[in-house]
Design a protein around this ligand. Structure first.
Ligand SMILES: C[S@@+](CC[C@H](N)C(=O)[O-])C[C@H]1O[C@@H](n2cnc3c(N)ncnc32)[C@H](O)[C@@H]1O
Length: 279
């Protein structure tokens, strides 16, 4: 089989997708384990490669996210392993990392709540190798990806399989400089209108209670005592949640609250500073 023929076939299977040519090429690179630059100049490909590429393209045409098909996606310049049971890192979440890196210090004690694939912890650890990060995640499926993704940062990051909504989990931590958290924040209504591709992702990573605010309310209340005075909490938010989350932080005694927009100009991150010495 000639490579250009395979490309045409894949483009045809994926014709409904906006970036079909790009996606076809990513699938070929994944299956051949070669960069586009290398396979493009190859005249023939094996039947095995042909069959695998077609199978993946068909799954993609049925809605499976490309990231799950190729098992990896880049976040903050770091390759992150992904698959069924773990949320695919979104580019919007890089804004949270930018904010965290600006507000913290090189030796900070940091907690990443709802760590998922570990993309946030990995990005902070890569940039602050002398910090100490605890990544907390409840899902056993997600934990397996978290472990793989954070292995290169094992001198900086510790992993805890626990429930962040349980007061007892928070009570294990004191004098923390910064809490970062991208929690599940979709409302019940959002969950009934999910795009076909998002339906492949775990609902545990998406659903934030009827009003989408469950994790913001609980975490602000339960975890504030783990923070040092002047320590920061940094939440990713859905783009319509700014005012609600700012209010939740103020009601829990946080000061200097502020919302930061992402690169698409959507409200994306809300921060607040703990004003009380709890311990
Ligand atoms: C929106 S995802 C964020 C994942 C990752 N931090 C990211 O930014 O890509 C939320 C994560 O919270 C986890 N989660 C849900 N409920 C939890 C709980 N009670 N305790 C700990 N983690 C929880 C989900 O399994 C999921 O991995």
């Amino acid at each position: 089989m000639v490579i250009q023929k395979l490309r045409k076939k894949l483009n045809n299977i994926l014709k409904e997708k906006e970036d079909f040519a790009f996606e076809s090429d990513i699938i070929i690179s994944h299956v051949t384990k070669q960069s586009k630059h290398s396979w493009l100049f190859q005249k023939e490909i094996s039947d095995q490669v042909f069959i695998e590429c077609i199978e993946l393209a068909k799954k993609r045409a049925d809605g499976m996210p490309l990231q799950y098909l190729i098992s990896e996606w880049e976040f903050y310049g770091i390759p992150i392993k992904v698959g069924k049971g773990v949320l695919i890192p979104r580019p919007d979440t890089e804004t949270l990392v930018d904010v965290a890196l600006k507000l913290t210090n090189p030796h900070a004690k940091i907690i990443d709540l709802c760590a998922g694939s570990g993309c946030i912890s990995a990005a902070i650890a890569k940039n602050l190798p002398n910090s100490h990060i605890t990544s907390i995640e409840l899902s056993t499926q997600a934990i397996s990806y978290l472990k793989k993704n954070l292995l290169p940062f094992k001198n900086t990051v510790e992993i805890l399989n626990d429930d962040v909504l349980n007061k007892k989990t928070a009570e294990k931590f004191q004098n923390i400089d910064m809490i970062v958290c991208n929690p599940p924040y979709l409302t019940l209504e959002d969950m009934s209108n999910l795009q076909k591709e998002v339906k492949f992702e775990p609902s545990m990573a998406l659903y934030g209670g009827i009003d989408g605010l469950l994790f913001y309310k609980q975490i602000s209340n339960i975890w504030k005592k783990s923070l040092k005075k002047d320590g920061w909490i940094i939440f990713e938010i859905g783009c319509s949640q700014k005012q609600d989350v700012l209010n939740i932080l103020s009601q829990n005694g946080f000061i200097n609250t502020k919302c930061i927009k992402d690169l698409s100009n959507n409200d994306r991150v809300v921060i607040g500073q703990n004003s009380i010495k709890y311990s």
